[in-house]
Design a protein around this ligand. Structure first.
Ligand code: SF4
Length: 296
């Protein structure tokens, strides 16, 4: 598996973030050079590429030959067409920018993984405005609904920041209820920690006491644990297409890989399978972080 950077910098100005100051304005990379890099990786034996950018949905490149704009959806399609044996993932999407075009392109190609990382940060529209995220709670929920309509069963993950400046119990409850609605498969949850040089540092007071931030974070983590276990249990009895990444961490007698939905799958070694092969694995049991099965 490999990571391929498709753009640098970011044009958004989320008030908690240093990226706009440290990495500068958004610049998209030449599409032809991305396709060449992905093709070379495939020819060298790589079987999965993750297209990386701070905000991949705003990728844009002017094709110099026919003067057409290559959008992120188009770029993803071009990468998917390199080979059906090359898996394509991407990160990160911004809720204000992800388009139906991207979702329909994901649907069209089996080798584009059905998994989207869609950072929400907060479930409160008031806090989202202070964070300068440029979407509301309702907008975010509508995006999640659209993803589930076009791509039923698509894996969904998020980032959240608890205890941002002036966050009240009511704002926090809004985040909990949004987590309840979205039932994320995976979440990266943090409490707010002021970063020097950010807009938030200049504009707002970091006024939520640390013990309150930590307690709220624990509540979100506890809720998410229930959802992530449910998400693993939903896979029981299904067949996952797993890209073998190597030996399982616990046993050399088992392979470890990832499913289309980005879940870790472990199964006993059989036949002539090797690292980089795909295996259809029947999922028999699970822990909170791993699916366990056997080769079909
Ligand atoms: Fe850009 Fe992400 Fe930072 Fe917002 S949080 S400014 S989208 S890099």
């Amino acid at each position: 598996t490999a990571f391929v950077s498709i753009m640098r910098g970011c044009n958004n100005m989320c008030s908690f973030c240093v990226v706009p100051f440290t990495r500068g304005r958004e610049r998209s990379r030449d599409a032809a050079s991305i396709i060449k890099e992905c093709t070379d990786l495939f020819n060298d034996g790589f079987r999965e590429v993750t297209l990386l950018g701070q905000n991949v949905d705003s990728y844009q490149w002017m094709d110099p030959q026919n003067h057409t704009i290559i959008s992120f959806a188009k770029l993803m399609e071009m990468v998917a067409l390199i080979s059906p044996d090359l898996r394509v993932r991407f990160s990160t999407s911004h809720p204000k920018d992800i388009t139906d075009d991207v979702l329909f392109t994901m649907k069209k190609y089996d080798n584009i993984c059905k998994y989207i990382h869609l950072p929400v940060q907060s479930g409160s529209t008031r806090i989202l405005q202070m964070m300068n995220r440029t979407y509301t709670r309702e907008w975010y929920i509508a995006k999640v609904d659209r993803i589930r309509e076009i791509l039923p069963g698509c894996g969904l993950s998020t980032d959240s920041i608890t205890g941002f400046c002036s966050e009240t119990e009511e704002d926090h409850q809004q985040t909990l209820s949004l987590f309840e609605y979205c039932e994320y498969d995976l979440a990266y949850m943090y409490f707010y920690s002021e970063r020097p040089g950010t807009l938030a540092e200049r504009r707002f007071e970091d006024d939520v006491p640390e013990e309150v931030k930590k307690r709220r974070l624990q509540e979100i983590v506890a809720l998410h644990r229930i959802h992530s276990l449910k998400s693993m249990q939903r896979e029981l009895g299904t067949i996952a297409k797993v890209l073998i990444e190597g030996d399982s961490k616990k046993s050399k007698e088992h392979w470890q890989g990832r499913s289309d939905h980005n879940k870790v799958v472990v199964f006993p070694k059989t036949g002539n399978l090797k690292k980089g092969d795909y295996a259809d694995v029947f999922i028999e049991s699970c822990t909170a972080g791993t699916l366990i099965g056997k080769c079909k």
